[in-house]
Design a protein around this ligand. Structure first.
Ligand code: FBP
Length: 552
């Protein structure tokens, strides 16, 4: 990447817009505790696990005399999990905040995610380094990783390394699993009387780390704009070539926020929403029926083409497969060694088939071999099935073909069916951040600095009022524990941050549901085009439709 593109050069010069309160000098920004917030479920267990962190209030920053001197700080930062556009601006905002507080402050970057903290792989983040990454996509300034800090040795090493660097604070930029790590580390540091503040920053393209205080996770805006551009292009190709149904699987892990946002942006013929499919207890056959209904109705108009959006976590939400996955998870957690010792995928599939309950075994056997194998692949370090590696779009295509072949034989379908499959995910995770993400991330980094300065340990940076112009944004923080619940992972119950899935009573889904019957029949696609970084603010600064509809 030694040669820079003209856009790269131009983006270095972009100055992120910030909430008005951040225009003041650090000594004129005060932290105001607001209401106490508690987790919505599992309070008793969480209180017992997080005895030092539980029950703290939300905080917001506003103008006023700062009681903490802007003393020199040493902060460590790590980027965790999948990349999301804007991560470099979090580092830039944190760095600039630190230096505005005191030119003697230092920022240390742990390399390759939480593993870098445990193994003490680090680098000094200098002004020169930050300047060469401003407003750029990717996490490559220090790299990222998915190590879960969970064994006593890992916690001891993390604390020893934080102490050896004399850290005043550690900032963890990550999604739900990484911020769970942040909450556990904050509690561990407090238990061991280590005055090291741990602060989380809400990152994930998946958009599932949100609530009343975290209106959006960073990266969702840019990633969905990138996918929507490509989907819009495919829609137009479909309408031009008039010969393919395009099945597009979209990242998002469990949640369908990405699919829903892209559907609002592009108006495809079908967009499946996993959360709805689960709520309606739909079988795989019923999901296939939804797609076939659109195909047959459009074929009747002579339009043998269309676009179907598939959230990558779909199969986890189909009740019978959800149970199957949970059973495989428990089986693999208990018999991992025996399983990995088996030679070849045939033997592994047979092992799973034999050990499962009769019901799950039958569901497993009903799936194509390829999908069976993919369901057995390693879980990630947090115990999640790696849904990005399961070819759900191909599974649906094969079932749709089968169904249409049957209908053709019966004489109830006379159209044609040709298809293309796509998977969009990695294409959007390192895009140049949109202006929204560039601004949001810079402000999140600055907020993380202030939370560190004030010693709000176990907090996650929060910026509210995001649908308003940037100067009206409201920065602050909330305790991470307030976002947690207890879940069954890797065969046992663990405290984790609760994923925020698509709400079926939420405005974005209700709007989509009110339009989809029309979109299923027509080719009235919407074409968002590519992200614009320069030009009229209505084009360059628009946030996602999800945010606009939610906050309208
Ligand atoms: P995070 O939750 O870490 O932000 O990751 C998001 C994501 O892009 C998911 O959408 C996807 O399922 C997963 O990462 C893919 O993981 P990997 O990068 O390990 O292939």
């Amino acid at each position: 990447m030694s040669e820079r593109s003209p856009l790269q050069n131009a983006r270095f010069a972009y100055v992120p817009k910030m909430p008005e309160v951040f225009a003041a000098s650090i000594s004129d920004i005060k932290a105001v505790p607001t209401e106490a917030i508690e987790p919505s479920v599992d309070r008793k267990s969480l209180k017992a696990i997080f005895s030092h962190s539980y029950g703290k209030p939300a905080v917001k920053f506003s103008q006023g005399a700062n009681i903490a001197a802007s003393k020199p700080l040493i902060i460590g930062v790590l980027l965790s999990g999948g990349p999301a556009p804007g991560g470099h601006n979090v580092v830039a905002g944190l760095f600039d905040g630190l230096k505005r507080g005191s030119p003697d402050s230092r920022l240390i970057g742990f390399k390759g995610g939480p593993g870098g903290l445990v193994d003490d792989e680090y680098m000094e983040i200098t002004a020169e380094l930050v300047d060469s990454y401003r407003n750029s996509g990717g996490f490559d300034i220090v790299g990222s990783g998915r190590t879960k800090i969970e064994t006593p040795e890992q916690f001891e090493k993390a604390l020893a390394n934080a102490r050896s660097h004399k850290l005043d604070a550690l900032v963890i930029v990550g999604g739900d699993d990484s911020n769970t790590n942040a909450a556990l580390l904050a509690e561990y540091f407090a238990e061991h009387d280590a005055p090291i503040t741990v602060v989380g920053v809400p990152k994930t393209i998946d958009g599932d780390l949100k609530n009343e205080w975290i209106e959006a996770s960073f990266g969702f805006d840019t990633a969905t704009k990138t996918y929507s551009e490509l989907i819009g292009n495919i829609c137009r190709d479909a309408a031009s070539s008039r010969k393919y149904w395009h099945f597009i699987k979209l990242m998002g892990r469990s949640a369908s926020h990405i699919t829903l946002e892209c559907a609002l942006q592009t108006r495809p013929n079908v967009a499946l929403v996993s959360e709805e499919i689960e709520a309606k207890s739909m079988s795989l056959a019923q999901v296939v029926e939804i797609i076939c209904n659109s195909i047959t109705a459009r074929a009747a108009k002579g339009e043998n083409f269309g676009v179907v959006l598939v959230p990558e976590g779909l199969i986890e939400f189909i009740p019978e497969i959800k149970v199957l996955i949970a059973d495989i998870n428990d089986l693999l957690a208990g018999e991992h060694e025996a399983f990995v010792a088996l030679k070849g995928v045939e033997a592994q599939r047979a092992f799973i088939r034999e050990k499962l309950s009769a019901k799950s075994s039958a569901v497993f056997s009903s799936l194509p071999d390829q999908i069976q194998t993919q369901l057995c692949w390693d879980r990630d370090p947090h115990g999640n099935v790696q849904v990005s590696r399961i070819e759900t779009e191909k599974l649906l295509v094969s079932m749709v073909r089968e169904r249409l072949a049957k209908m053709t034989a019966e004489g109830s379908y006379k159209g044609k069916f040709d298809y293309q499959t796509h998977f969009m995910g990695y294409e959007g995770r390192c895009a140049f951040p949109s202006n929204f993400d560039a601004d949001y991330c810079y402000s999140l980094g600055f907020t993380a600095y202030l939370l560190s300065l004030y010693g709000f340990s176990g907090y996650i940076a929060s910026i509210r009022n995001l649908a308003a112009p940037t100067n009206e944004w409201i920065p602050g923080g909330i305790p991470l524990v307030s976002m947690m619940n207890i879940e069954h992972r890797h065969g046992s119950d663990k405290p984790v941050i609760k994923k925020a899935l698509v709400e079926l009573q939420g405005k974005p889904f209700l709007y989509y549901a009110s339009q989809r019957d029309k979109w299923a029949l027509s080719a009235d696609y919407r074409l968002p085009g590519s992200i614009q970084y320069f030009g009229p603010p209505a084009v360059t600064d628009a946030s996602t439709m999800t945010l606009q509809i939610e906050r309208s």
